[in-house]
Design a protein around this ligand. Sequence first.
Ligand SMILES: Cc1cc2nc3c(=O)[nH]c(=O)nc-3n(C[C@H](O)[C@H](O)[C@H](O)COP(=O)(O)OP(=O)(O)OC[C@H]3O[C@@H](n4cnc5c(N)ncnc54)[C@H](O)[C@@H]3O)c2cc1C
Length: 312
Amino acid sequence: MTKPIVHKDVVIIGAGMAGLTAALYAGRMNLDVLVLENGIIGGQIANATDIENFPGFISVSGSELIGTLQKQAEKFGAVVDEFDSIVKVSLRENPKIVETEEKIYQTDAVIIASGMNRRKLPLPEEKKFASRGVHYCEFCDGFMYQDKIIAVMGGGNAAVDAANFLTKYGKKIYLIHRSEFRADEVSQRRIRQNPKIEIMLQTEIKALHGDKKLESIDILDKKSGELKNLAVDGIFVNIGVEPNTALFKDELKLSPSGRIIAGEDCRTEIDGVFAAGDVREKEIRQLTTAASDGTTAALLAEKYISRLKETI
Ligand SMILES: Cc1cc2nc3c(=O)[nH]c(=O)nc-3n(C[C@H](O)[C@H](O)[C@H](O)COP(=O)(O)OP(=O)(O)OC[C@H]3O[C@@H](n4cnc5c(N)ncnc54)[C@H](O)[C@@H]3O)c2cc1C
């Protein structure tokens, strides 16, 4: 069966903070906007419980913030489709092509706002224990570990902050990292002063054990070579992130960390293709910077489309 061909002014890839902000702005400029989402609407922040650094809110949950933003974007005509996955993009053509399982979209501009995911625990048992002891989001799953023993894996700021956060719930937190800390001094000082946290550097997690749920882990002390078993109820993995750029790797320049190279104006090397939010190579990745990128990308996409229409 041939797929129907549908024209859009702008296709936005990803319905996180960056993508939905772009959709709100683009919709409000009367552009015909489609947002394609292949995971959870809201992306990384969808399940966060207490966001305390988004301007205008003392505290807000991810679902409330994103739910309102989605309604705002839809109010101005943006369509968010979370059931149709992209199979291929051709960004150098005009119009650009975004092919999904069901349709072929021809579009004047593309805003890539596909964000990133956390890197998975590199052990074969990961699948068996995923969400049954192995977790990636302390804000989402930490509450499951009231008075339990928790391990946090990683040595950067995200891991250190996760360990601190999890002291809300756990009775004991091990912070396990295979080399030295990469976290900043202030964060390191905070965890060293926290009596619930035990820091285990130069230590590697080698195996996970448990029947239906995680019960213990094997850890290797890299200095002494000693392998021992440690009882833990849950592990929160914080060993880096993977930008969602596999779809674009043959079309766009990626940075060494796998993000899309684009300036503060979100313009990529291809006219009419913009990168917004955490998927763009930049130093600060926050909700506010994602919203800022979404704004910039949409406003400049509109300029690009207007110029394109003038030349036809
Ligand atoms: C647990 C946690 C807590 C955080 N807390 C805060 C906080 O309190 N304050 C703060 O400022 N920042 C916080 N951050 C950072 C903040 O969430 C991110 O900077 C921000 O959400 C990035 O938004 P984004 O839209 O760029 O990307 P994402 O949120 O990553 O959204 C990208 C979206 O694109 C989708 N996608 C990916 N590939 C495709 C594809 N091929 N097709 C269609 N869709 C696709 C994904 O499913 C996802 O929904 C937190 C991050 C995490 C993980």
